[in-house]
Ligand binder design. Structure first.
Ligand code: CDP
Length: 228
């Protein structure tokens, strides 16, 4: 498999997109970009400036300071970590104060334009697996392989709850469920680049699949696409 393609993985919150994308990229020797981490990074930046909270969103101030947002991935001990200028924010972006505001920040066109430009630059030479909400529709509409991942809401909530618990981030299952429901609603109904299943995406319902089974499934799709 010498030809390096672009692979777009989209889907609802906490359906395992990043886990799948990361494992696939590592198997193929491709780069992996978690676009959601970038939206979380932007949300943290504006949260710290006081421009967004659970109860407000100051779009004008976000517009005015968007050019000061500087996000980059750096490899730290084999892990691709997100940096805000020189600060490693990879752990903080998973915390609840960020999860609570990220979808609001992601509705803002200026934020999306800036991040999409950076994402497209990262994927300029192919050989990339990127996951998010608008990868197959907006970031890489010409991607050779597009996957739309889904899983039942209760399974997604349980998986995210377990993940946060393992990272020592305190949240109840109910709080996790509520956050996923809210984000899915905002992400699917926003005007700018809503989460949609594009016509040429292949659906993967991984509710009853193990990590290895879903990796095998997608490897089959990659091989098929490359040999087509
Ligand atoms: O990990 P999880 O699926 O819960 O979310 P994520 O991929 O980290 O994305 C966090 C939030 O960023 C989403 O709920 C969206 O509001 C936003 N996002 C987006 O708008 N577009 C993307 N390409 C990726 C994420």
């Amino acid at each position: 498999m010498n030809q390096k393609i672009t692979i777009a993985i989209d889907g609802f919150s906490a359906c395992g997109k990043s886990t799948l994308a990361k494992a696939l990229a590592s198997k193929l020797g491709y780069s992996f970009i978690d676009s959601g981490a970038m939206y979380r990074g932007a949300a943290l930046f504006f949260y710290r400036l006081g421009f967004v909270s659970k109860v407000h969103l100051d779009e004008d101030s976000i517009h005015r300071s968007i050019n000061n947002l500087s996000l980059n991935f750096k490899l730290i001990e084999g892990k691709n970590c997100l940096f805000l200028k020189n600060e490693n924010i990879d752990d903080e972006i998973r915390q609840s104060h960020v999860a609570e505001v990220v979808s609001k920040v992601a509705t803002i066109k200026a934020v999306r334009v800036q991040l999409v430009k950076q994402q497209q630059e990262m994927g300029r030479n192919g050989g990339i697996v990127m996951d998010g909400r608008d990868i197959g529709s907006v970031v890489f509409p010409d991607a050779e392989l597009k996957i739309f991942v889904t899983a039942s809401p209760s399974i997604r909530a349980q998986r995210r709850f377990d993940e946060l618990k393992e990272k020592g981030i305190p949240q109840t299952l109910e709080e996790v469920r509520e956050n996923l429901t809210k984000r899915d609603h905002v992400d699917s109904t926003r005007t700018e680049s809503p989460l949609i299943q594009v016509d040429d995406a292949i659906v993967l319902d991984n509710s009853s699949l193990s990590k290895n089974q879903q990796l095998e499934w997608i490897m089959g799709k990659v091989e098929h696409r490359i040999n087509a």
